[in-house]
Write a protein of this length. Sequence first.
Length: 126
Amino acid sequence: MEEKRALDAFAAIAQETRLRIIRLLVTVGADGMAAGAITQALETASAPRVSFHLNHLEHAGLIESRREGRSIIYSAIFPALSDLVAFLMRDCCSGHCEVCDRAIDLFAKCTGRPQKVAEPKSIVCE
């Protein structure tokens, strides 16, 4: 991930409502959630404000929308979120940490759908 793209993504989630939306969409997984349901889940934001924030997140490349009947469904783009976390961890321990390397490898496989993951070994990063 380029630094400019990372800055744009971090700027997009550096706002309370947008961060709450991202966390909500991560929780619901790849199936996503209708815009109206997102508004209801946030409780304190009006539909126009939620729409504004959804557009901002979509423009930053962190979420995507699709139409299903009369609803617009929003989903987190898990590879983009994984890239963002990997961007932060890439140089962990000068690039020589087995824990960070495994985490980055797992992030790269993230699709937002449940996966079977082998039990992690207990590794301490020094």
